[in-house]
Design a protein around this ligand. Structure first.
Ligand code: THU
Length: 140
């Protein structure tokens, strides 16, 4: 990703973060997912009093995109209110692996705007995917 694209996507993720519903953890997260069409899908974490139904920002963004018929993605930016640079949780990595290639770039930023770049393959090597089920022969 070029520097300008990183900054642009982090700015949108940061705006999405301000819309987080996180009254239990007080830890707000925003995500900006770029579809291959060029469209951006924003998401925030949405918590729940029962804790378990909480949805992370990354999954909010990806579910929004899938529901809008976008199925291929080139990058995702994640911004949080934390002191440390965040990384997508294990569940989000698995959901990303369903739709994204291992070389997809993931840029993550803390509240100071410090960021780190990863690839999905780095964060989730040896992912379990549809190819494990049927060799990837069925078109989903
Ligand atoms: N959270 C995210 O939104 N993304 C992640 O990758 C890690 C965690 C949210 C879930 C919960 O609302 C809060 O951060 C604290 O775990």
């Amino acid at each position: 990703m070029h520097d300008i694209e990183i900054k642009n996507m982090l700015r949108m993720a940061n705006d999405a973060k301000d819309r987080a519903y996180a009254p239990y953890s007080n830890y707000k997260v925003g995500a900006c997912l770029k579809g291959e069409s060029g469209a951006f899908y924003l998401g925030c974490n949405v918590e729940n009093a029962a804790y378990g139904p909480t949805n992370c920002a990354e999954r909010t963004a990806i579910f929004k995109a899938i529901s809008e018929c976008e199925r291929k993605f080139s990058a995702i930016a994640v911004s949080s209110t934390g002191e440390t640079v965040p990384v997508p949780c294990g569940v989000c990595r698995q959901v990303l692996a369903e739709f994204c290639q291992p070389d997809m770039e993931i840029v993550c930023s803390n509240k100071y705007g410090e960021y780190k770049l990863f690839t999905l393959g780095e964060l989730l090597p040896h992912a379990f995917t549809k190819s494990n089920i049927d060799g990837g022969t069925i078109d989903r």
